[in-house]
Ligand binder design. Structure first.
Ligand SMILES: Cc1cc2nc3c(=O)[nH]c(=O)nc-3n(C[C@H](O)[C@H](O)[C@H](O)COP(=O)(O)OP(=O)(O)OC[C@H]3O[C@@H](n4cnc5c(N)ncnc54)[C@H](O)[C@@H]3O)c2cc1C
Length: 302
């Protein structure tokens, strides 16, 4: 049976940041509980080709191996979302979706970011099969192919310009361009084909993306659809505790030890800001895991 009280370290998030934090914390011989659903990790849908020494492995395989490693070092898992966190003396109390309460001395927030969804027909169906939320991650998969980018802001415009180095044709669809005049000029002078004042009605294909249908009914043949509407962190959980966010209220601010401004709270991975990449997530997870374990030991002795 899962013990619910008196953990040294609780980690919210079972993506690469949370798993790496669990591995490093558990190896310091402190008790560790991980909360979250592996299939909700951004990595679950990824085919990774830019992570050191890993080739041809799916994100799902990486998550499974990471989980086995964490369990091997003694970490426990509870596959539930956290709905509430509060602070009681030196302990953090967390309530999960099935109303289980767990507590710990240290907390690591590794909740990733929610990629903003478009809501178009076919978007969910073709995720990882032509639909991407990350130009930086997936541009290389679309060499000499036709792609389309959706979004109004600098992420979309910058993404479209980057894709020119890879794809044979790049279209950009936006309601209205919301970027600096300089960037507007750059995109208009570039080879990107701009469709202003419209949006995407549907993404179509058989096994993978083959075309998009715009709001005006026109159809563009593409094999890649990049949705670049920005990324939003799961902040509601931690702002109530007084955790400091960045100026745009998107990411958690930490020091070099991945500690937030509230004693005992650490953060790692996408929730700490770009680049939204596995390499950064595991590096920060390592640092946060070591820091949280040391903090829990110190609190335990006092
Ligand atoms: C399609 C795709 C392809 C990608 N390809 C690459 C690539 O090739 N190379 C690369 O480096 N990066 C890639 N990325 C990015 C990479 O997946 C992320 O940078 C990485 O997964 C971030 O790790 P993380 O642990 O911070 O967050 P995530 O992996 O997103 O994990 C977040 C975790 O937090 C949990 N969580 C969230 N809220 C709660 C809550 N309230 N309670 C409990 N748990 C919660 C989730 O269930 C999940 O387990 C890709 C992303 C996508 C979407």
């Amino acid at each position: 049976m899962l013990k619910t009280t008196n953990y040294d370290v609780i980690i919210i998030g079972t993506g690469p940041a949370g798993l790496q934090a669990a591995i490093h914390a558990a190896r310091k011989r402190v008790s560790v509980l991980l909360l979250g659903k592996p299939d909700k990790s951004s990595l679950f849908w990824a085919h990774v080709e830019n992570f050191y020494a890993v080739s041809g492995m799916t994100g799902q395989q990486m998550l499974n191996i990471g989980r086995e490693q964490a369990v091997g070092f003694g970490a426990r898992f509870l596959e539930e979302d956290v709905l509430q966190i509060s602070h009681r003396n030196v302990l953090f109390d967390l309530i999960t979706e099935s109303n289980i309460t767990v507590d710990s001395k240290a907390l690591i927030v590794a909740t990733g970011t929610t990629r903003k969804k478009l809501g178009a027909k076919g978007e969910k169906e073709f995720l990882g099969r032509g639909v991407s939320y990350c130009v930086e991650c997936d541009a290389g998969f679309f060499r000499d192919e036709q792609v389309i980018v959706i979004g109004n802001a600098s992420a979309a415009v910058g993404g479209a310009l980057t894709l020119l180095d890879y794809a044979s044709r790049v279209d950009l669809v936006c309601e209205n361009l919301d970027v600096t005049d300089a960037l507007k000029e750059e995109i208009k002078k570039s080879d990107v084909i701009l469709h202003e004042g419209t949006g995407i009605e549907a993404i179509e294909g058989k096994n993978s993306v083959e075309a998009v249908v715009l709001n005006d009914g026109s159809r563009i043949a593409v094999s890649g659809v990049f949705i670049e509407l920005g990324a939003r962190g799961v902040m509601e959980l931690v702002t109530g505790l007084g955790v400091q966010l960045d100026e745009q209220m998107k990411y958690i601010e930490t020091d070099k030890k991945m500690a937030a401004n509230i004693s005992g709270i650490f953060a790692a991975g996408d929730i700490c800001g770009p680049p939204l990449q596995i390499a950064k997530a595991v590096g920060e997870g390592c640092v946060a895991g070591i820091g949280a374990a040391a903090y829990a030991k110190k609190v335990g002795k006092s």
